[in-house]
Design a protein. Structure first.
Length: 289
């Protein structure tokens, strides 16, 4: 499920080395081999019991490691990080950094990656501190669902709110007439500009300040709204949204999702619900007529 999965090391298996071809940077292969050695040592030390899985992935000549642990186990963050460093510590390789820390009710991920300055997914550049969906299959699924909505409506205007909205917009730019992208994250906003989106059609905002006048703007009549603001949800904004023709909503907290649904149902019909992980959902809403 994680990109080109190389190995889930709790069931250690080198059979997937097929991903490491001759075209791969020798430094990447070296790092991969050293991480594998460290993982074997870690498993042998019996310290792995706090982890559900340790997965190495390779994509676009970049190597990363995702460590998934059971957060029902009480463990100090400093101890957890020290365990992780046992796995990813590689002498003389300073560029192996924490990419993200994801936590939900059931499990958590610590994600490390070897990189230089930016990621490049589908020709969309993302900074290290920006948001990216660590599960590549899910990112593709979200994109395909948005694309289907755009195609079924013979192209639409696109309003993107939150993480990966720039990536989704770029991947479907052939079907998008006009776009407007907003976020409260400086790094995501900088990604908009880095990827050539016009500054006039992007905005760095503070979500609590976006009121009814903003979301009821008739400019966005007949637009598709893409929402991906993680656990925080739409909060107060949900009761104001009533002008967009369709909404594709990504959520990863059931309580927040249910609250947003209750508010959105004043003006929308929930047409489709897809559970993509234990606590992660994609929702599609149609405007009531």
């Amino acid at each position: 499920m994680l990109r080109n999965k190389i190995t889930t090391s709790l069931k250690f298996d080198n059979s997937s080395d097929e991903y490491l071809t001759k075209s791969v940077d020798p430094t990447i292969i070296n790092i991969y081999n050293m991480i594998n050695i460290n993982i074997v040592k870690f498993i042998e030390s019996k310290q792995y019991k706090i982890f559900n899985s340790i997965t190495i992935w390779y994509e676009n000549n970049q190597l990363g490691i995702v460590i998934n642990f059971d957060n029902k186990i009480s463990i100090d963050d400093l101890i957890l990080i020290s365990y992780v460093k046992l796995i990813v510590f590689i002498p003389n390789i300073p560029d192996l950094q924490i990419l993200a820390y994801k936590n939900n009710t059931y499990d958590s991920d610590i994600i490390y990656i070897y990189k230089n300055n930016t990621f490049d997914i589908s020709n969309y550049k993302m900074s290290i501190n920006s948001f990216r969906q660590p599960y590549f299959d899910i990112s593709n699924l979200v994109n395909n669902m948005v694309r289907t909505e755009l195609q079924n409506n013979h192209s639409m205007n696109f309003f993107g709110l939150g993480g990966e909205c720039g990536l989704i917009c770029k991947q479907n730019i052939d079907l998008i007439k006009k776009y407007y992208l907003i976020t409260d994250n400086v790094n995501i906003y900088q990604d908009f500009l880095l990827n050539g989106f016009e500054q006039h059609y992007t905005e760095l905002v503070k979500y609590p300040e976006l009121d009814e006048k903003y979301w009821s703007n008739s400019t966005y009549d007949d637009w598709l709204l893409f929402v991906n603001i993680s656990k925080t949800g739409l909060k107060h904004m949900a009761k104001y949204i009533k002008i967009f023709k369709k909404i594709v909503y990504i959520g990863c907290d059931k309580k927040t999702i249910n609250s947003d649904i209750a508010n959105l149902l004043n003006h929308y019909v929930l047409r489709e619900t897809m559970q993509i992980m234990t606590n992660n959902f994609i929702l599609i809403f149609d405007l009531k007529f």
